[in-house]
Design a binder for this molecule. Structure first.
Ligand code: PHE
Length: 450
């Protein structure tokens, strides 16, 4: 327990790290197509509302617990317990979060490995090595194993350097680059034939869809995954925030950055898809919806880049660099969860903990790669659809029902001295006690029985 704890050096450092965690594959392959298929701007407003009404309060719960305890999820939750039973619940939730986030990392690393392979493929194209590029962009177990491993090593490399010199340093470098690449790509794609149609599909609201409960619930699930909730990631990042910082404001900024980048990503993805359509590429799946997820990133968009000739090579390079950055700033936040636990509770050195857990996660990835058709979607839905919201429920219960209200307020007042007079304290405690748990249960019920 004696290892010195890391802390973010500045507010900017935390914001980059936390928004880096939040902004990931989920924002780029999920949000834009989800919005376009579900009422365009109408979905956007629903999502904005849900993100602020439900996901933001849940994010705040994790940040506040983390900074209060200045410890990993297991220790932090146990420290709020009122007796042996709630302490055991704390251990269980913390452990389950660790297992969940490690499993998320194991499939995330595979997809991120594809991003890396496509990135290297565009370098090979620039160097006029078509056979290398063809190998890198063709599905194959060997390719997947190699690039998943490289991606995990990159993740270990950053996490092993520590909170300030690894996570914060790389997030503050990578996140601004991500934004610049995104804006440049949007500027270019907008000039192409078909882009305006994509923009129309994305932004013209169809308010008839907002009342659809299935849509509401899936938007909530998306918001939870996108804000990295339920698995202790935001809790551990919160534990590295200085006591002088205003938590409600910081959490609000992270939420805004995450949503903002998802919305901006839509300005790239939808126009790009309709440029592809104008070029004769299929962008709809069998159900008539827009192709989303991995299929969008490794089939639709590459086909479009290929049609663009020489310029397409550079656009592909920029795009897969963007995806790799988005993945890496998320994956480091995942690995940090079990690593911080091993350091603090088992006195294992950071490098050793990172390597050990990285290897175990890599072995699980390997298992998934070799049994892809059976395991991939199973692990994705077990972790992101079932485990994450359920754990989010327990985090809300810990803050809303187990932790004493005075303790919560005392923590928020550090860095925000008149919190008890502000809007946040008037609304949030009620949300985290009643609305969040009930809404999560509703999502859950809908998923199990709906
Ligand atoms: N928020 C990340 C994304 O949108 C995924 C993530 C989930 C990251 C859980 C950390 C923990 O891709």
């Amino acid at each position: 327990m004696s290892a010195p704890r890391g802390e973010f050096s500045s507010r900017f450092g935390f914001l980059m790290a936390a928004s880096g965690s939040a902004v990931g594959l989920g924002n780029i392959w999920g949000f834009p197509t989800n919005a376009a298929s579900n009422g365009g701007a109408a979905f956007l407003f629903t999502y904005l509302f849900l993100a602020f009404a439900l996901a933001y309060p849940a994010l705040m719960a994790e940040l506040i617990i983390g900074r209060h305890a200045k410890a990993n999820a297991v220790t932090a939750l146990r420290s709020l317990a009122r007796g042996p039973r709630t302490a055991a619940l704390g251990t269980a939730v913390g452990m389950a979060g660790m297992v969940t986030v490690s499993l998320i990392l194991s499939f995330y690393a595979i997809v991120s490995g594809w991003m890396l392979a496509f990135l290297v493929a565009s370098v090979a194209d620039i160097m006029r090595l078509p056979s290398v590029s063809a190998w890198l962009t063709t599905t194959g177990v060997v390719r997947d194993v190699i690039f998943t491993a490289i991606f995990i090593v990159l993740t270990i490399f950053v996490v092993s350097a520590g909170v300030r010199h690894g996570i914060e340093k790389w997030a503050t470098r990578l996140m601004p680059s991500l934004l610049i690449i995104l804006v440049l790509l949007i500027g270019y794609v907008m000039t192409l034939n078909g882009a305006m149609e994509g923009l129309r599909v994305y932004l013209v609201p169809d308010f008839g869809r907002v009342a659809d409960t299935g849509l509401l619930l899936s938007a909530l699930g998306q918001a939870f995954f996108s804000l990295s909730l339920g698995v202790g990631t935001m809790l551990i990042y919160g534990s590295y925030i200085s006591k002088h910082e205003n938590l409600p404001a910081l959490g609000g900024m992270v939420t805004l950055l995450d949503i903002g980048i998802a919305v901006i990503a839509g300005l790239l993805i939808l126009p790009a898809m309709y440029v592809a359509l104008a070029g004769g590429i299929e962008i709809y799946n069998d159900d008539g919806g827009l192709i989303a997820g991995p299929g969008l990133i490794i089939a639709v968009l590459p086909a479009m880049f290929a049609q663009m000739g020489e310029a397409g090579i550079l656009v592909a390079l920029a795009f897969f660099l963007l995806m790799t950055i988005a993945s890496l700033t998320s994956s480091i936040s995942m690995l940090e969860v079990p690593v911080s636990y091993c350091i603090e509770n088992h006195n294992i050195a950071r490098l050793k903990a990172g390597t050990l857990i990285g290897v175990v996660v890599g072995l699980v990835s390997l298992l998934i790669v070799y049994n892809f058709d059976v395991l991939f979607s199973l692990v994705v839905s077990a972790t992101t659809e079932y485990s994450q919201p359920l754990l989010g429920f327990f985090f809300a219960v810990f803050v809303g029902w187990i932790w004493h209200r005075d303790g919560v307020l005392a923590e928020i007042r550090q860095g925000c001295p008149d919190a008890d007079n502000g809007l946040f304290w008037r609304i949030w405690p009620f949300y985290i006690r009643f609305i969040c748990p009930l809404a999560i249960l509703a999502v859950y019920g809908q998923m199990l029985f709906g």
